[in-house]
Design a protein around this ligand. Structure first.
Ligand code: FAD
Length: 397
């Protein structure tokens, strides 16, 4: 693709954003009942779909096929226009789709990929009490019973489980096998009898994630994905879907809306003058802008290396670690320079992250990002072992 084509594409997305990004979307997602949040997110997803922007990373035959340079432009423009993020469909369009494409049968793909485009929602049922970082320690069990599996156990921290139609479920099918070898991967219909979903209330007041209790839930055997007891490898493919372009999107949003708000906040006239006129504030703002520029460079490098097939084993961890900790620094600074006024906004949209523009809530929300997809400690271990070749931590089987 030539530079001129990309410039044309950028102009197209820009015009589309000007015409379609609802100016009042934060208001429409803030403090509203869940049903309205879901309706708004689904409408936005369909708006993007009509433009061909909803699943650019999927294969062409399923409605995607956008070249990587165009995807980068798309995410840059969506971020620059502060468009709503697809928080509700995130697991569906990334994790579920990647899993189905990598390990699903043709029937499973045909059943679910078009349905995801029509708004089918997925949740990732991996973590359990006692099996987070050490995911292979999971204890939810699945026992074969004729042409079904019978599943019992508990999942936790399942984002969006209260809205989900389907679940990517890991369960232990062979309790005697070494930890990673006795796990199977299922597609679970969340309307199956025996499932109870309990939302968990967070410090921000939201209930972004839930506990899922499974009591003798029957899953048809054709909803096993991959082979029995070979679910661990499939799970790695699911986890890999969180990396790459999704990080680029987040970095662009931090660099665009996030930093812009911070700079505008600092430039507002306050009782004691403008914060930006304090050289210490100006200095810290400049330092954060430099860090954000570094993050964007790292993300573009990651995407390009993925595309060229030469990404290093720790590249994604470096980006994830740097993004999540920089996000905290930006939000921390926003809450600090915001002073008492930053504490006044007490409601935030159910955006699943830091994107409310309410500094104190966003600071609390920013801590979420250092945990999922591997905590900062786990990322540092990966970078040390796989990136720098340091001696390995003693591991389980
Ligand atoms: C916003 C958010 C969304 C999430 N969404 C989902 C979801 O949709 N589906 C899902 O299945 N899960 C989800 N999770 C769960 C997430 O994957 C786990 O919280 C994460 O893997 C950490 O596991 P844990 O909470 O059990 O902590 P633990 O693993 O118990 O860790 C506790 C602390 O010990 C540290 N630690 C643990 N092991 C080591 C080690 N070997 N070396 C050094 N330090 C270590 C950790 O870094 C952490 O600081 C989500 C979590 C969050 C915060």
């Amino acid at each position: 693709m030539t530079g001129r084509d990309l410039a044309e594409f950028r102009a197209e997305v820009r015009n589309w954003c000007r015409a379609h990004v609802p100016a009042d979307w934060r208001h429409r997602q803030t403090g509203v009942p869940d049903t309205e949040f879901v309706r708004f997110q689904q409408e936005w997803f369909q708006e993007l779909r009509r433009a061909g922007y909803a699943v650019p990373h999927w294969p062409r035959e399923y409605g995607g096929g956008m070249p990587i340079p165009e995807q980068i432009v798309l995410y840059q423009e969506l971020a620059a226009h502060d468009a709503p993020r697809l928080v509700l469909a995130f697991v569906s369009v990334h994790h579920a789709a990647a899993t189905l494409l990598a390990a699903g049968t043709q029937a499973q793909r045909q059943r679910h990929l078009p349905a995801i485009l029509d708004g089918e929602l997925w949740v990732q049922g991996f973590s359990e009490p006692g099996a987070g970082s050490d995911l292979a320690a999971l204890r939810t069990s699945a026992r074969r019973d004729g042409d079904h599996y019978v599943v019992s156990g508990q999942k936790v921290w399942a984002s969006g489980a209260q809205y989900a139609d389907w679940c990517l479920l890991l369960a232990r099918t062979d309790p005697k096998a070494p930890k990673r070898h006795g796990i199977s991967y299922f597609l679970l219909d969340m309307r199956s009898p025996g499932i109870e979903v309990r939302p968990i209330r967070q410090a921000t007041g939201e209930s972004h994630f839930c506990e899922i209790f499974l009591d003798q839930v029957r899953i048809p055997a054709e909803q096993l994905i991959g082979a029995e007891n070979a679910g661990w490898k499939v799970a790695q493919q699911t986890l890999g879907a969180e990396r790459g372009l999704t990080m680029l999107e987040l970095a662009e949003r931090l660099g665009n809306a996030g930093f812009r708000w911070l700079a505008e906040w600092c430039a507002q006239p306050g009782a004691g003058g403008r914060a930006i006129d304090d050289p210490v504030v100006a200095d810290r703002l400049a330092a954060l802008e430099i860090e954000i520029t570094g993050l964007r460079g790292l993300c573009r490098d990651l995407v390009e290396r993925h595309e060229a097939g030469n990404a290093g084993p720790a590249d994604a961890s470096i980006v994830k670690l740097y993004y999540s900790e920089l996000l905290q620094r930006v939000m921390d600074f926003g809450a600090e320079v915001g002073g008492p006024a930053a504490h006044e906004v007490l409601r935030k949209p159910m955006s699943g992250g830091w994107e409310s523009g309410a500094w104190v809530l966003d600071f609390i929300g920013s801590w979420e990002w250092t945990i999922p997809g591997g905590t900062s400690e786990i990322q540092r271990t990966i970078i040390g072992e796989r990136g720098l070749g340091l001696p390995r931590e003693p591991a389980g089987t």
